[in-house]
Design a protein around this ligand. Structure first.
Ligand SMILES: Cc1cc2nc3c(=O)[nH]c(=O)nc-3n(C[C@H](O)[C@H](O)[C@H](O)COP(=O)(O)O)c2cc1C
Length: 196
């Protein structure tokens, strides 16, 4: 091998990060919330009829996972009262909320007895519950769940889908709701991407 150390690769100098504060300090949660809040996320309502009662969890941790087989996932807090009920449902309705549905997201994550007040959900033959309107809908069933710290990572198999053309999604960012704006310049068009 020839060449100087400087031309062998990227230079190692300092760091961009700081160690996390101790987990029992006030700054710990603040630090993590600040950095996690930078990541923009869509918002879904995961709903089903369980023993005749509609159940709902709002999740901003939803992600497409796999094309074949079709899988999606989300993270649910270990302390959730609703997830153990929803996990019993044969089918789960996942509604990708539209930009105008911030209030719906708030309502569906409020006290359980008030969650569906004023909403007219659509209920499938298999008791999956869908919110109307929304940007997209997926009818799913529970495939697997894995403990992940103070959350559980839940994987769902996708059975049926629908998209509401032209409906812009709701975005959760820095603990608030936002809308998408087209990037002013897009030097790298991903229209021909083979990844999702
Ligand atoms: C915008 C938004 C995003 C949320 N994302 C999640 C999430 O990804 N995972 C989760 O467990 N709870 C999330 N929640 C909170 C749940 O919707 C719900 O309030 C929480 O599970 C407590 O209710 P439960 O005990 O009935 O489950 C979110 C709430 C809001 C408003």
């Amino acid at each position: 091998m020839t060449g100087t150390a400087a031309s062998d690769g990227p230079e190692r100098r300092g760091t961009r990060t700081e160690p996390l504060p101790p987990p029992d300090s006030a700054q710990y949660g603040e630090t993590l919330r600040k950095v996690f809040g930078v990541v923009p996320n869509g918002v879904v309502a995961i709903c089903a009829l369980v023993a005749g009662e509609p159940q709902a969890i709002i999740a901003s941790t939803f992600i497409p996972v796999s094309m074949n087989p079709p899988l999606v996932g989300f993270c649910v807090q270990m302390t959730s009262q609703t997830w153990p009920r929803l996990a019993q449902a044969g089918r789960l309705g996942v509604s990708v909320l539209a930009e105008s549905q911030g209030l719906v997201a708030r309502r569906l994550s409020a006290r359980p007895e008030h969650r569906f007040a004023g909403l007219s959900p659509v209920i499938s033959e298999d008791d999956a519950v869908f919110i109307e309107p929304a940007s997209a809908w997926l009818e799913c069933s529970l495939r697997q769940s894995v403990p992940a710290g103070d959350h559980e990572f839940v994987m769902l198999g996708v059975h049926a889908t629908a998209v509401n053309p032209g409906s812009e999604p709701l975005i959760f960012h820095h603990s608030g709701f936002r809308s998408l704006h087209p990037a002013s310049r897009d030097p790298l068009s991903l229209e021909s991407s083979t990844w999702f």
